[in-house]
Design a protein. Structure first.
Length: 106
């Protein structure tokens, strides 16, 4: 069996059965661009810049609105707490107890 393998290798020799055309790998990139039809797209920077400006402006307006809304809500909560503290400071304890007793008897 070993003799048959050696005989086959001797008949074939060192020649490669396949060949590559000359300058194939040097010209590969150019051929690929021609085949896929690569075209450079021209971008109008003026239009792109205006769209980016508008998007940034809307994001800024949204963030500012969120900040002002959160601040307003926090101020409302503080005002409610301050009002409750003020009302409780103006009423004595006996008046509160009398008020609650009257409300439960009704």
């Amino acid at each position: 069996m070993a003799n048959k393998n050696n005989i086959l290798f001797e008949k074939i020799g060192n020649e490669l059965p396949f060949s590559v055309p000359e300058n194939y790998f040097n010209q590969f990139a150019l051929q690929m661009e021609d085949q896929i039809g690569y075209k450079q797209v021209v971008v109008n920077r003026k239009i792109l810049k205006s769209w980016m400006f508008m998007a940034a402006m809307f994001v800024g307006v949204f963030i500012m609105g969120e900040i002002f809304y959160t601040t307003h809500q926090n101020n409302l909560a503080k005002n409610a707490d301050n009002y409750e503290t003020y009302v409780l400071s103006q009423v004595d304890e006996t008046s509160l107890v009398d008020y609650y007793v009257e409300q439960t008897n009704k």
